[in-house]
Design a binder for this molecule. Sequence first.
Ligand code: ADP
Ligand code: ZN
Ligand code: ZN
Length: 971
Amino acid sequence: MFAELAINVEVPLEGTFHYDVPRDLAAKLQVGQLVEVEFGRRLAQGIVIAFVEEAPVEETKPIIALIDEVPVVRPWQIKLAQWMSEAYLTPLNACLRLMLPPGLTRWADVVVDLNPRWDGNGRLTDTQKQLVELLREKGDLRGRQINRLLGAKSNWKTAVNQLAQRDIVRKATVLDPPRIRPKQVRTAELIASEQRIWQVVAQLGKRSKKADVVQFLAQSKDPLPEETAVLAVTGASESHLAALEADHLISRTPAQTIAIPLADPSDVDPTLRPLFTQLPAPLPTPHAPPWDDLIAQNQIHLLPEPATVGLAVPPKQVLAELFALRGAQTYWRLLHMLQQAAQPVEISQLYAEAGANLNHLKKLVKLDLIRLGDQEVWRDPLADRDFVPAEPPPLTRDQARVWGRLKVGMIETQDAFARDGAEGGEGAAPPVLLHGVTGSGKTEIYMRAIDFALRSGQQAMVLVPEIALTPQTVRRFAARFPGRVAVMHSRLSDGERYDTWRRARQGLFDIVVGPRSALFMPFANLGVIVLDEEHDPSYKQTPPVPAPYYHAREVAMAAGRVTGATVIMGSATPDVVTYHLARGGRYQLLELPKRVMGHRQRIEGQALRLQIESAYRQTAVDPDDALTIPLPPIQVVDLRHELRAGNRSIFSRALEKALTETLDRGEQAILFLNRRGTATFVICRDCGHVLTCPRCDMPLTYHRPRMLLACHHCGRQEPPHSDCPQCGSKRIRYFGLGTEKVEEEVQQRWPNARITRWDTDTTAGRDTHETLLASFINQEADVLVGTQMIAKGLDLPLVTLVGVISADVSLGLPDYRTGERAFQLLAQVAGRAGRGLLGGRVIIQTYQPEHYAVRAAAEHDYASFYIDEIRFRTQHSLPPFRRMAKLVLVDPVNERGKFAAEQLARGLRQHVREKALSATEVLGPTPPFFSRVDGRFRWQILLRTPNPTRLLSDFPIPHPWQVDIDPVSIL
Ligand code: ADP
Ligand code: ZN
Ligand code: ZN
């Protein structure tokens, strides 16, 4: 029998290799296992892909050893890798590598034990003797242990090998067990009700009669009990009451006599009548003649009222006062913090903020008030101040409709796969596109689907574009599914990645939240894959990361096909191709109508914390927990008018006014600029016309050194224009503006405003995302100036104004997706303002107010954007009507790159002619928009064709060209 192996080495290797399966391994060997083999002249690891009866080559080497009994990839992962290998024209071993933790080789170790059948004879060297002694004494040992005991210099490795050859010891390879535990922190969580806290206050502090009085009053049914009763029950004395009154904790009403009118006012002596008509009232002490007269004439009745006591503090504060009176403030601070957090809080934070120590916590544990626990470290600037519902809230009407249909699909798919095993494609429901604006409740739907999968014994993957920017989402999953979530992010070390992978393989968690690489968790029984913000370009693997240049969306769907997992893509602004396919029935389109929503407790918590009135309201049809807020109004400002009105500043009059007002009200604003703000496209400042390529309708870009306007799509070049081809104006502007410049201008115009700048430059450090965000949330800044990064982000409750400095920058990029990206960005940026507690507004400045992407974004109208965009795509045979492939060559020598590129393009054109591929076009070669990266020159060829994979498997592209199928950007 032979095993077909993929070799796990750094370099991509075409094809698989066949090895002989030795008899002693035959019974143990399984598909997916990691084995040791000789590859060429050296030892390497291989992954068993399949077993075959006959090898296609004459001579095969044997498999040397099995490295780990537990397979390192699952059968579905092998199928997925094979699919990727074909779809992205990338060798199988490169695809399989994605499914293994980085540097798997490093985690392998040997185990050595003494052969029990060894008779003890034979001569041994000193090291060999030492080794044998050790094994006798300690039993089997790991390589790392031997290393520790004998030292690296002892040459024990050679000794092991020599002894193994003589059958004196036996040697096997294993993968290390996880060593680094996921970073955990100790947490405390409140588990007691408020009532329980009342019960135990007395046990948490000193004895105090004063406290007894306050507690009695707080719990008394009668709000004004008699003083004598209070004193009797509590054992307190008059002086305690006096002290409490002096501290304004209680109010006392002394014993008094009430005069109640008995007579008819007309019978009363006219001089006394004014007094009489005010009765009943307390009788002044000591009372004087007029009263005596009334009493004497039996015109009033005297009612003695005993002295009473009442609370003088609002009910919400009583508990705090009680703790204070008992000298137990620390306990109160602890309990109060935990109560506010409504979720586990890091102990170190409790120590710091409550001035507490471990003894305090222990006491609370003993009284069953709190629970201590461990939690994986997840830094989140909002962690302890923002409510996250742990229990699923009742669904809104729209959510219920969507979830109903989704659930039916999940059941159909589960049934289809249960019936037909792994081949259960037949009858499975299609992937789902969940289209709904930010805050329309999509995450809630994801969680329902995941809950459903988990209950069926399945696992779930949740893909998010950038974890550092979605801490709140992560926290919601962790709160809803405590102990079952693992988070993957770019800051994990190799060791942490290895551990996460090991834990997934052992089934120690069921949900992974992470970037595109989370797709490769070795789950046993995958039930659902969620792609949040499915349109996000970060889902595509792109150079300089090695091939395959896969798209997580496509891979997720392939994974769904081989595992039976339901794929849910969610977005407020779906990729035009995705939406097109959904409308055509390839995906199930589920929509959550346009509205923005928040959980009642969270909104009220925020409002209380910030002491503002929230603009969220309850709607009639939905459950009590869901509050909604209308989408923010968007104003589009035509920068051409500003110019004509003599305003040359980067702030239009409207934005200037709005920002001034916002700052005056003590609210916050975000000013947004595209990251590629330095892009140099060419725009007419009078009519807003953007110079475009007559062949492609793509914006032309200006190249300073060569003084040329170039189309990066087709390679066309023209000399720079001195006047506008549309209106003849001479005011042509070569656009370019960075965040620094914006920051500067804000500072100049509003010297008192505190500004935070957030872009790739300022967030180069490790933790700065969190730090910047936290400082903005803490209101340490009034204005956030940032790039598209902030478009993702969080709900910032005090942000009431979002200004887009220039929508044109995103529209000016020479990429066919520029309209789509602009729409997505504007829609998302606008969403930042829309979810603040105070509502908000958006101002978009642009030279092209009539551009369909700007117009549609201003109306929150995805549908109308889609119609215009799809028309543009049809006209130019762009995706989804034709697919694309991007071929890029990087060469330090420009001329050489150009020559090679021209040669390849010629070859491709000839191939297209010979095969009469009429729907296929070869564009270029041309230097792309980013024509120099790291000092090296790039040349690019674009293919527009119905099926790039088929085209390129007939015409293999030589190394070292990068082949990007369905690129997300052609810049
Ligand atoms: P999206 O994922 O579309 O941005 P979310 O699921 O995050 O929307 O919902 C937005 C807010 O509304 C969140 O604060 C969430 O807790 C809350 N929410 C969602 N569904 C409900 C519901 N049925 N009842 C109460 N609050 C809800
Ligand atoms: Zn013009
Ligand atoms: Zn062109």
